[in-house]
Design a protein around this ligand. Sequence first.
Ligand SMILES: Nc1nc2c(ncn2[C@@H]2O[C@H](COP(=O)(O)OP(=O)(O)OP(=O)(O)O)[C@@H](O)[C@H]2O)c(=O)[nH]1
Ligand SMILES: [Mg+2]
Length: 278
Amino acid sequence: MSETNPMPNGAGTACGSCSLNRAANLKRLGVTMDDWDYVVALAGNPNVGKSTVFNSLTGLRQHTGNWPGKTVSRAEGGFEFAGKRFKLVDLPGTYSLLSTSLDEEIARDFILFGRPDVTLVLVDATRLERNLNLVLQVLEITDRAVVCVNMVDEARRHGMTVDDRQLARDLGVPVIPAAARFGRGIPEVLQAISDVATGKFECRPHRLHNEPPAIRRSLNELVTRIQDMYPDLPNARWVAMRLLAGDDHVHAALRNGDLGSAGMHGATGGRTESGRAV
Ligand SMILES: Nc1nc2c(ncn2[C@@H]2O[C@H](COP(=O)(O)OP(=O)(O)OP(=O)(O)O)[C@@H](O)[C@H]2O)c(=O)[nH]1
Ligand SMILES: [Mg+2]
């Protein structure tokens, strides 16, 4: 089993050679997190470098390696940046959030009910088209996201470049190119997370409205009713689509009130209560 340890000096210290040294504001907190200001979910397809980023930011040593499915449930850790404490949750790799497998359910439920202040979606620069499917699904559920285009070193080796600025305009959220294995782009990821969490950057996520015309009327009616029940819900359209698809899980959450809490995250954040259950 190969394990990448980007943190040879252990938690709390930046490694000597990587660009994290520039993120002088970063303090790795390992698992010692009693309270936090913001919760950040780390999502992405399998094998895109999520745990590598998680380890860089927290100083922990989640298994990383060159095969998919290493992170089997969620792992939590923390870091401090610009005077704020962030709890980071490393989610299992998934290709979608349709809840057809346990991994997808863990990832989806955390984004839906865990109320992350920011969802950091990692994508593989060499497989952008396939990876963007998950990004669009995440942007249906939450309006606070940062996209990190990882493995730009690999992409470059194959003669590919990614127009991150155009992608950011198209998606309506910050897009940061990175090579996490080498610590590149991590300071910029930190800044983007902080900007979205504090409300300094306001996301305007791109949402597809490509539902079949035959269901549009029912869909709009449902959306109106859901919004009446939960005025702060950031994803009424997605919820309505899931209801029409017969998603029992979402149906139950709507009935028992679990969904209501998903809209409670405010731009100011500042929560310090611990142990928010998900
Ligand atoms: N070339 C290159 N390899 C990277 C980069 N980031 C991560 N890797 C490698 O990609 C492999 C997968 O990384 P992980 O961090 O385990 O990926 P993951 O997304 O957590 O994987 P799952 O938990 O299985 O979903 C490891 O061998 C990493 O060293 C990068 O920027 N460039
Ligand atoms: Mg992992």
